[in-house]
Design a protein around this ligand. Sequence first.
Ligand code: DC
Length: 219
Amino acid sequence: MSFQIAIDGPAGAGKSTIAKRVAKIKEFIYVDTGAMYRAMGYYLMKQNVGPYDEAAIEEHCVNADITIAYENGEQVVFLNGENVNGVIRTEAVGNMASATSKNPKVRERLTALQKELARTNNVVMDGRDIGTCVLPFADVKIYLTASSAVRAKRRYDELTAKGVACDLAQIEEDIIKRDHQDMNREVAPLKQAEDAHLVDSSYMTIEEVVDTILKLCEK
Ligand code: DC
């Protein structure tokens, strides 16, 4: 049986940073499910499908062949054979992923791929519905969150460090909008699983969060 660590939470809570570190220490594979939804969003954008055009999303999503591979321990996402790791990291693709991930057919395709990965590997998997839908029997479930103000400030610092001009209030507004969209959709909304441990990282360091998760794995 594989060992499964599920980490869910809103955008910008630090899921991927934490999940990557835990995976490295445990020597598990890290599965970033958001990247799969982003690859799908990117594909649909390229097909000129509108974010709320459910019929067109259903028609086109079946033509997106999304697979993942590991290169030097890093997850690489392929869309119809093309490495899309770089191009899926924009805000526009993130927002398209959030909108199109509401579609049940999109979720069905990507959930099947995620379940299969976790069946055959020890995983740290992060996303929105991992503990609730994808891996309901995960060994350890974490709901990682932080206040919207803290998440916005982290994002602002990241962008500013890269020399990108941005507006803190606008970033927080976008985060709140994305939370609302991810938490209020009909299928597999973001919510804390009943048996998930709540970790609020607002005033914790990365090391403290990682330690908390490692301790839970030992229990
Ligand atoms: O974690 P992220 O920002 O890369 O995810 C992008 C969007 O994908 C997110 O806003 C909602 C969707 N998503 C999802 O619906 N289910 C997941 N397990 C992961 C992401």
